[in-house]
Ligand binder design. Structure first.
Ligand code: DPM
Length: 361
């Protein structure tokens, strides 16, 4: 049986406030993301004392293994979840795209924050200033270890070559600038922006060039599913549009996850005031074979928040009890329907071959 440890701190004028511990990975990007969430919480709850606890995860230690061989395992999240389980921390900040679509029992995503630019961006070697993927010379080498990016870009820009590049963002930029191995690298625009490297972005890739990963650009707060106090505290950070889009995207991925080198399976979604559009695709590793479909659902039918139910409902890991349930259900169904449509058109065959080829690499 778990003993709930609640920490309190007394401030100068004798007032007692609860101490909330936030777990984070130690990379610069993870710290920046965690600090931004801590600032938001501090503004909303000035009496709460926040403490940030940095941790190293297995994923941080095995940087030499190709990410594509690791699969949808919780390498970057396991140590942080253990700390949550032991009440050593109360919440953990992640990039949503790094969170599996099925969380281990006992955990939930208590907040999905407003999504930044979800697209991928091109960062050029300084000597290529002024060029774009289109105009880079034949056989230029592009650095990315994302199978998703490589497959789509191979198809779209057949004159380019793609090679793995690993390490955190700082390491990658160094590898690009200080050596002559890569003409450009591809990174998420959101990560670059948070690091303050907007000025290095020379091109944003739209969905016709490269569809982004499920959940890309959104931050998620993972909490203990039974911790009502913390759930309530973080739920105000939910951005309703982002929640609906990401539920649809994650439902799409979850349906295909057992088949795919997930989360390297891609989609993009667009939400208007009345409709949610979701486009999803599967690609062979070299991009020669692919399937892409778009579906749409109406989400504006009922905007009333449901009566509070006793049991907390999770949808693809997300708990958003302060938002209308029917819209969340419609989003989840949209993702599932789109995955089923792709499966009916042969997605399974494409993904099975891609997986076998990747395992043999
Ligand atoms: C996942 C992928 C990558 C990260 C795979 C993919 C990129 C790996 C690589 C699931 N997680 O996107 O197809 O380039 O070798 C990651 C980044 C961010 C979160 C960095 C990035 C920042 C953006 C965000 C790594 N996770 O993608 O450039 O918060 O969405």
């Amino acid at each position: 049986c778990n003993v709930l440890l609640v920490f309190f701190q007394q401030n100068a004028n004798g007032k007692v406030s609860r101490v909330i511990r936030i777990g984070t990975r130690k990379s610069q990007l993870a710290r920046i993301q965690t600090d931004s969430v801590a600032e938001k919480l501090k503004r909303l709850y000035p009496d709460v004392h926040l403490e940030i606890v940095g941790m190293t995860t297995t994923g941080d230690k095995i940087l030499d293994t190709a990410l594509s061989k690791i699969g949808e395992k919780s390498l970057f999240t396991k140590e942080l979840e253990t700390a949550l389980e032991r009440n050593e921390v109360d919440l953990v900040v992640h990039s949503l795209k790094d969170l599996p679509t099925t969380l281990p029992p006992g955990f939930t995503i208590g907040a999905v924050l407003k999504r930044e630019n979800p697209h991928d961006a091109v960062v050029l070697h300084p000597k290529n200033m002024g060029k774009s993927l289109d105009t880079l010379p034949d056989k230029s080498v592009i650095g990315t270890s994302s199978l998703r990016r490589a497959a789509q870009l191979k198809k779209r820009f057949p004159h380019l070559e793609f090679k793995d590049i690993r390490g955190n963002l700082n390491t990658r930029l160094k590898k690009l600038d200080e050596k002559d191995d890569f003409a450009a690298i591809i990174l998420a625009a959101a990560g670059l922006r948070r690091m303050g490297w907007d000025s290095r972005v020379s091109q944003i890739l739209g969905p016709e060039d490269c569809m982004y990963a499920v959940g890309q650009g959104a931050l998620a707060i993972e909490v203990r599913a039974r911790d009502e106090d913390i759930l309530e505290m973080v739920s105000v950070l939910h951005d309703p549009d982002t929640v609906l889009r990401c539920i649809a995207e994650r439902a799409f991925l979850r349906r295909l996850a057992s088949l795919t080198l997930s989360p390297r399976c891609f989609c993009y979604s667009v939400l208007s005031s009345v409709s949610l559009y979701l486009t999803g695709a599967v690609y062979s590793l070299d991009g020669s074979d692919s399937l892409k479909e778009t579906m749409q659902t109406s989400i504006a039918s009922d905007n009333k928040v449901e009566e509070r139910v006793d049991e907390r409902v999770q949808r693809v890991g997300v708990t958003a009890n302060n938002m209308p349930g029917p819209a969340q259900d419609a989003s989840e169904k949209l993702g599932l329907d789109l995955a089923n449509l792709l499966l009916s058109k042969g997605a399974k065959e494409i993904l099975t071959v891609a997986r076998q080829l990747n395992d043999a690499r």
